[in-house]
Each structure stands twice: as structure tokens, then as C-alpha cells.
Design a protein around this ligand. Structure first.
Ligand code: SF4
Ligand code: SF4
Length: 376
């Protein structure tokens, strides 16, 4: 199975029984994706690392926030080994956007990860990506910043930063023959990342095909539907019933929700343990998973232009449907009239069985009742 990217199945063999994850969060970010990841429980990160999920290779995670090492050179050792070609296979995970080092080359650096042992100079994020990505079995992004640039890459930024696929090229292929695998979100929904990683690990073990990705290199099964399609408030939208402030359970499109045009499964999936999901719990969708985030969705909390149009169009239909449904709702909110404790059965029950096509004279309810009284 392959996704829209049409890339799966062209890389080196799978079937690994052990793999390392080299996670660099020195992109331009807040480390929020790593923090969010710790909330996953289907599967939980610790279950994967402890080998409790069947069918996965043994996984060694190197993430500075979650590392059991004391940091420094001990933490950097597997990264340096991978640069030398002494550690494989590994999955490279980048968190945070990638600055454009070219615009300040020779005049400092934007972000770094460890030092050059010979010169003592900082090693830039770009230095690590240039050396690790070509050797990586797979390359993943954690969060919108790494996937598409995110907040740091908005108009007017001084760093010229970008997403990882912008940096490596959208035609980049890892040793597994895969493009960059993007898991956007600001931050990532924890299980979205773990489920994608789990699929990648199954693929590494040789027990699953490559995950299907869409044209923006997102997992299709997670980002194939809109927020609106999974929103608890969608029925209000359909009935043209809109919230005018944030203290309402109704549809929030008029107070800034972009859900109808944003690809994200959070309202369906919830945030932690199935609970939450922005519009479900009162937060407008600001499109944080999208390549155009944040510029395309600003100013936040203003009614989207398209939302104003669609809300206007649906209003007369919604008002009529709401009225008709109200009438039917009242009608079906009564119990049937034969639910009573009176002396007669009035449900319409007919105790006489007749085969199809038999025209025996039909006994009336009154006759049946009379006979029953005679017998008693
Ligand atoms: S709150 Fe947003 S996502 Fe939910 S129904 Fe309204 S517009 Fe759609
Ligand atoms: S619902 Fe909207 S704001 Fe919330 S996580 Fe999804 S894209 Fe981001």
C-alpha cells in the first residue's frame, strides 16, 4: 500500500529487530511536542520502549527531555556514532523548524546541538540534518514547526526558517525509500504521533507496509478528514445555529472557527485519553496542523470569510429544518397512548394467527375481549 506520495517500497530491506530513534528538538520550537508525547497511552511511549507492544523491534530512544543519561557527551554519543556511520538503522525525528543558515553564514548561528569536539564551536541543527538525514532509515517530523515551519516561519520572521521537507527537498527519500513523514500539530496530538511511529516501527520490523501519506506527507488515515466532519457541534452548524460568544455550546464558526477547512482528527480522537478536542470543549479551531498556519488563519478569533458566506447560506435552510425538527421532537417526546393501566388492552394486539391468503372471518378486538371476560 502506498500513499499519494507514491514512494513506499522502494527503499532498503526491512525486518530489523532493533532500531534507534535519534530525536533532535533543537529546531526552532518550544519542546511542546516532546511534552505532548508523554501523554500518549494508545500506545504509550513507555510501552513501546519496554517492548510491550507485539511485533515491534526493540527501540532505543534518544530524546534530551526523556533521556536517562546525564546529558552532555553521554547523550550525544549515539548521534555522533550515527554521523560516523556506526549506528544503524535509525529513525531521525526533528522537532522545530529549520532556520536558513545561509542568510547568516559566517556570522553566528540560529540554533545548535552540541559542539565540535575539535574547535569547540557549536554544531548547527543544519549540520546535523545534513549528515544524519542521508543515513537515516526514516525521517519524521514532530509538530507543525518541523513539518511546515509553523509559528517561527510566519511572514516577517528574521530566520528564514522552514519545514524539514522544504529544507531537504520534497523529493527527499530516506534509506527506506520514504519521504519525510510529517505529523503536524501545535503541538502533536500524542497518539497521532505514537500511532504513526508504531506503524513505521511495524514497517521496520517487516510486518507492515509503509504508511500511506497524503500530498503534504501526512498520514492519510489521521488527516484525511476535516475538524468539522468530526466536531460535536456540527449539528448546530447544519441547523444554522451559531454561537455569538464563547459561553455557548453552539457552532463557533462566527467567532473564528476554521474547522470546516482544516485537516485534523482531534475532535474525533480527543486530546488525552479520548477527552477534549478543540471545538468539542469550547476552543475554536485555528488550523494549527495546516501548512499555512498561522498566517492563513489570522487574526485569530475573527470570523473566517468563507465561514461568513457558508453561515449566511445555511441560515434559512437551518431555520426551517430546526422548526420542523422542533415539531417532530415534541411529537416523539410523548409516550404512546396505549401505555396505561386501564381494564382494556388498546395496543392493537390481535391474538388470532392467520396464514397469508386465508380469509377466515376476522375477530374483532371487542369479541376477543368479551370471550376473555367470559372465561375468567
Ligand atoms: S465549531 Fe467549528 S468545527 Fe465545530 S461545527 Fe462549528 S465550524 Fe464546524
Ligand atoms: S482542532 Fe484545529 S486548533 Fe485544534 S489541534 Fe486540530 S487543527 Fe489544531
Amino acid at each position: 500500500m502506498s500513499g499519494d506520495n507514491g514512494s513506499a517500497g522502494t527503499g532498503e530491506a526491512t525486518g530489523f529487530d532493533e532500531i534507534d530513534i535519534l530525536w533532535i528538538s533543537e529546531g526552532m520550537s518550544c519542546d511542546g511536542d516532546t511534552v505532548s508525547l508523554t501523554a500518549a497511552d494508545r500506545p504509550a511511549l513507555e510501552d513501546v520502549l519496554l517492548g510491550l507492544v507485539p511485533g515491534l523491534p526493540k527501540v532505543n530512544l534518544h530524546n534530551k527531555v526523556l533521556s536517562p543519561t546525564l546529558g552532555g557527551e553521554e547523550f550525544l554519543a549515539p548521534f555522533r556514532a550515527a554521523v560516523r556511520g556506526e549506528l544503524e538503522p535509525f529513525v531521525l525525528v526533528i522537532e522545530g523548524s529549520v532556520p536558513n543558515q545561509n542568510i547568516i553564514e559566517g556570522d553566528g548561528y540560529w540554533t545548535s546541538f552540541g559542539n565540535d569536539p575539535e574547535t569547540g564551536e557549536p554544531l548547527t541543527l543544519n549540520w546535523w540534518i545534513d549528515r544524519l538525514a542521508p543515513k537515516a532509515w526514516a525521517v519524521m517530523t514532530a509538530g507543525t514547526c518541523a513539518a511546515y515551519g509553523g509559528i517561527h516561519a510566519m511572514a516577517g520572521n528574521p530566520t528564514g526558517c522552514m519545514g524539514l521537507a522544504d529544507y531537504l527537498g520534497w523529493d527527499f527519500r530516506s534509506r527506506a525509500g520514504l519521504p519525510v513523514v510529517n505529523v503536524p500539530g501545535c503541538p502533536i496530538q500524542p497518539e497521532n504521533f505514537m500511532e504513526t511511529l508504531g506503524w513505521m516501527l511495524q514497517h521496520a520490523a517487516g510486518t507492515a507496509p509503509a504508511p500511506p501519506l497524503d500530498h503534504m506527507l501526512r498520514p492519510q488515515w489521521l488527516f484525511g478528514r476535516t475538524v468539522h466532519e468530526g466536531c460535536d457541534r456540527a449539528a448546530y452548524y447544519e441547523q444554522g445555529d451559531f454561537a455569538m460568544d464563547y459561553n455557548s455550546p453552539k457552532c463557533q464558526v462566527k467567532i473564528g472557527c476554521w474547522g470546516p477547512v482544516v485537516n485534523c482528527d482531534v475532535p474525533k480522537r480527543g486530546w488525552m485519553a479520548g477527552v477534549g478536542g478543540c471545538p468539542n470543549v469550547g476552543g475554536i479551531c485555528i488550523g494549527c496542523t495546516m501548512p499555512g498556519f498561522p498566517d492563513a488563519f489570522m487574526p485569530f478569533m475573527d470570523e473566517p470569510t468563507g465561514g461568513a458566506l457558508s453561515a449566511t447560506l445555511i441560515k434559512p435552510y437551518g431555520a426551517l429544518v430546526r422548526r420542523l425538527r422542533g415539531i417532530t421532537n415534541t411529537a416523539v417526546n410523548r409516550e404512546p397512548k396505549w401505555h396505561h393501566n386501564g381494564p382494556d388492552l388498546t395496543s392493537g394486539y390481535d391474538p388470532t394467527w392467520r396464514s397469508r391468503g386465508t380469509h377466515a372471518p376476522r375477530k374483532t378486538r371487542a369479541t376477543t375481549r368479551t370471550k376473555r371476560r367470559e372465561l375468567t
